[in-house]
Design a protein around this ligand. Sequence first.
Ligand SMILES: Nc1ncnc2c1ncn2[C@@H]1O[C@H](COP(=O)(O)OP(=O)(O)OP(=O)(O)O)[C@@H](O)[C@H]1O
Length: 626
Amino acid sequence: MEVLLHEASTVGVGGESVVNHQSAEKPVILVQDDTTTDITFTRLPPQQPIDILFQDIVFTASLGFRKGKKEILHRINGRFPPGQLIAIMGPSGAGKSTLLDILSGYRIRGVTGKVYANGVIRNLKAFRKSSCYIQQDDRLQPLLTTQENMQIAADLKLPSEVPKSEKNEIIDEILKMLGLFETKNTKGSGLSGGQRKRLSIALELINNPTVMFLDEPTTGLDSSSCSQCIKLLKDLAQQGRTIICTIHQPSASLFQLFDQVYVLSSGNCLYQGTTQRLVQFLADVNSPCPMYHNPADYVIELACGEFGSDIINVMVDKTSNGKSLAYFNKDILPKLDNYTAGNSVSSNESTTDEGGLQATSSLNQLKVLLKRGYIKTKRDQTLTYMRFVVNAFTGVMLGTLYWQAGWDGTKVLDNYNLLFSILMHHMMSTMMLTILTCMLSKRNVDINKRTFQQMVLPKNVLHCRYAVIIYTMTGQPLEMNRFCMFFVISQLVVFVAQSFGLVIGAVCDVVNGTFLGPTLSVPMMMFAGFGVSLRDLPSYLYWGSYISYLRYGLEGIVGAIYGLDRPTIFCPDDAYCHYKYPIKFLEDIAIKGDQFGNDVIALVITLFFFRMLAYALLRYKLMAVR
Ligand SMILES: Nc1ncnc2c1ncn2[C@@H]1O[C@H](COP(=O)(O)OP(=O)(O)OP(=O)(O)O)[C@@H](O)[C@H]1O
């Protein structure tokens, strides 16, 4: 691949290209880079190229209750033509990510101004379908291999009518093009930073977007991976895609790979035009780029205000805050007028498109996500084995402590304590694990429909072995129906605790979540009818027993062991057995032994309620961010 630099540029120490500002007009080929393999991507963008134009964009952020508002972007304008690799540059806090969020349609609240696609106000839904947004934090599944990551993306993004062989062909082509074919069987966690970044791009290429937004795609990469990544983007742009990325301070050689640059400073546009004409522009505003200085560095220094605010104002005036196309490539200017309306992302079409962003049915997505969840659970050594070992260990500990208490008439109260301890173990271990993992997944996942689905699927499955260990060691009645009832209630408590953890994880950060989870569980325990029986609960607190899922868990599990007209419990000859008759025990603890069906219904309703609440809270959060 060839790298274009200014005529009088030289290659500096360490191979870094530096640019002599004296001749800004004629780019020549300076460096022949033969490290990159020839890339051929036969899949062209599926629709006509998209020319993005934005006018008078203002973004006002709300600083919180009674804290007022702050204008972040100040009536900026710009044009991002197709077939171009465009860099949005600027100092930290200039508004690059905010602009990217707005243009990609990810942020809509607090935004005014117009965004056009091919000359017509864009249709957001259709635009989102034709574009992709690759965030800084990649969303790769570390436990899945490159091939599996791609396969799942293909199953979710491509219509289900596409045959598997065709999907595999597409995957292979993308992987080959991105130099990832060799890592097909490598797990995400084993990929290098550059490979991870390329895989993030590969995942988005599955449905072949026409517009690609990338937030700092080079962050965390070494210089060779950086240039590989940008060259790849440039190739994709040359096929007619519009590729826009934010970038901090690119080296001179990297900078020259971009076709166009858009410079921001404190929410204003300082420059938009070709990378080559930036030097000319700086000369035109009487702030010429010093000799042997990287123009990208110099313009950032100016944007940071290192040379005063006057020059910033001059630059903003000169570009008319992004309106001026004077520094655009003269060859593409006439072409811009040809990008006419009538595209699927225009406002006139697709307004009735209710198909959402996904190409496949919800049922198919559910199937794919379940499959992914299964593979992840199987491979998650820490969680799966730790959970298994901890469960088995707790089972053996409780089994030893309450050895054969289930059939012994002298140990009925002990057995009752055991049943409550089992519920506590299910509740606490599942809830805390969910709070923590929910935080982790929220951190690196943009909350979209798939995330919701992923988060609302019940995933924690009680190990049957745990139930068998504890049930047999503690001598509970060896009757299939009682064991099944015990197992069903235990599993439902696990699911409800997981959902409760999701609700907390959806609203709190990790510190507040780990505090709030156990704290809110205390009233659940209080109202379960264990310490204070339901009969003794003050009438003004009785409502609490209806909302405590542990109450239904306890009632169901006690009913499984002591209900169903269980006959007299064995009592050693020389012992006094106060609770020889299960019915008397149930009366004393004020628990009915025949409520299993109602308990299951109550737990299922609670499960459904918490799942919906978690879904609504996440959705609300997403809307608030947008
Ligand atoms: N929702 C918000 N509430 C308050 N301030 C915000 C909000 N969104 C953005 N800002 C502020 O707007 C400014 C621009 O933020 P943005 O993330 O777009 O900057 P950036 O140029 O991408 O910075 P960086 O390169 O450091 O990522 C920052 O000062 C940021 O604090």
